[in-house]
Design a protein around this ligand. Sequence first.
Ligand SMILES: Cc1cc2nc3c(=O)[nH]c(=O)nc-3n(C[C@H](O)[C@H](O)[C@H](O)COP(=O)(O)OP(=O)(O)OC[C@H]3O[C@@H](n4cnc5c(N)ncnc54)[C@H](O)[C@@H]3O)c2cc1C
Length: 529
Amino acid sequence: MESFDYIVIGGGSAGSAVAGRLAVDGTRRVCLLEAGGTNDNVWIKTPGFMPFIPEKSNYKYETVPQKGLNGRTGYQPRGRGLGGSSAINAMVYIRGNRWDYDNWAAEGATGWAYDDVLPYFKRAEANERGGDDFHGAGGPLFVEDQKHANPASHAFVDAAAALQLRTNPDFNGERQEGFGLYQVTQRKGERWSAARAYVEPIRDAGNFAVRTDTLVEKLLIEGGRVTGVQVRRGGVVQSLLARRGVILSAGAFNSPQILMLSGIGPAAHLKAHGIEVVLDRAGVGGNLQDHIDYVSGWETESNVLIGGTLKGTLRMAAAMVEHRLKRTGVMTTCYAEAGGFWTVMPDSPAPDVQWHFVPAVLEDHGREKVKAHGFSLHACVLRPESRGTVRLGSADPAAAPVIDPNFLDDERDMAVMRAGVRLSHRIAEAPPMQAFGPRDRHPVDLHDDAALDELIRNRADTVYHPVGTCRMGSDADAVVDPTLRLNGLDGLWVADASVMPKIVSGNTNAPSIMIGERCADFVMQAERV
Ligand SMILES: Cc1cc2nc3c(=O)[nH]c(=O)nc-3n(C[C@H](O)[C@H](O)[C@H](O)COP(=O)(O)OP(=O)(O)OC[C@H]3O[C@@H](n4cnc5c(N)ncnc54)[C@H](O)[C@@H]3O)c2cc1C
């Protein structure tokens, strides 16, 4: 049977960082197992091709019908293939708020306060603006200013400023609050996924085995220790051994799924699926949190914004040529070009709403093609109170997990959402945006709470940040301890968005990579004990 020192499950944001860091000095035999392919193609690498990401690179999960969304089913894209969700995401580089990490530590994630995690964000980062107290310049993850932003994205920042909402040139610096253009995980105009950062540079190293198109079916467990994994590749089932340990980085939906398939989870639920219980852990698959998001949309008279008219299509065609030749221009767009953080509730300890400004009309996650030119303004609830679950739908490892984010279950989330949407409209009504001649695609009486709530419940959905389903903490119910070891088993760490005890106030790629960086350190520290 093939054996390695470490096996990392999942080559996404966190898994790429863990595997890369463990393998890079050549002293350990590391195997990275990834269900999807290499993602080495122009559709992934060209930022502007994001709406055309190949089917095989996205799990395209759906939620169960959501009571808080008037019974609608939510969409949950997740990246599949090297880079995971960092290969299909919007590339916005955000870490969250200092308060998030200080609060994690205060609630039991000992050693995860902001001052503890900042060195890992910096270690990961190569910011083109250079290093300073808050930024790294020598890491593998390239972070750049956008090479191109639509005039409307600049106007959005001006519109916020016209309302006295401060402009912020660096959301990851001293203060998060304010509005501005996002920095992006790109290098010279190409998407810079976690796999490009950590895995590709050492892919051919003799001590590093990167196995794509390999589905991990379950963990192998003997006498209270994880000894390896069972995989399926091209219809063949195989066992791989891990002498020193396994790191589970399959993401907020698939990490709890793999634990449950391995007999670790709520006992009654596992038994209902005919799975032998190894560890009865009620917390596995619980605590699901996600950023509920409402997209306001306007069509514009101006056609300088992105749109599917003849003029817009011709402009995109020219932009494709420019990008192939120079890696510049409109095709470097991350779509969510501008945005901001602001506090809408009086008692919030940190900004409670984030905006993403897209210089195009977005309907149904971009799945409904709209010809018109226009802009969309996402407002999401940064620290939702609603909690959901991930459960097994079947004992088949290839089946989708059952995802229930329980969106807008808590009335407090709706109160924040409402205030966020109202501010979206105030920004759109400010003179810099009015210059584009906008027409509201979903008009509503903003003073009428009931009407606004109804519109939100009919149209809101995720902004793609599920976390929390293998919660880290110091209490007995926590799934992993603050060194990311699974409570109750030896030889297993979990490192990905699933370990976040509470969702961070911002996008989740950089935090997941930071978690991967830290996990690699914990694994190496355990070698020295
Ligand atoms: C459409 C979209 C847009 C987003 N935009 C942004 C953004 O602009 N900025 C930002 O910061 N965040 C963004 N995010 C969120 C961010 O990308 C994710 O939170 C982050 O990538 C999660 O990292 P992870 O390591 O937890 O999981 P992932 O990166 O999802 O990695 C999990 C990996 O495990 C693999 N895997 C799963 N099951 C198995 C199995 N059984 N066997 C083998 N491999 C398996 C998967 O194929 C995948 O590669 C976005 C996400 C999406 C989907």
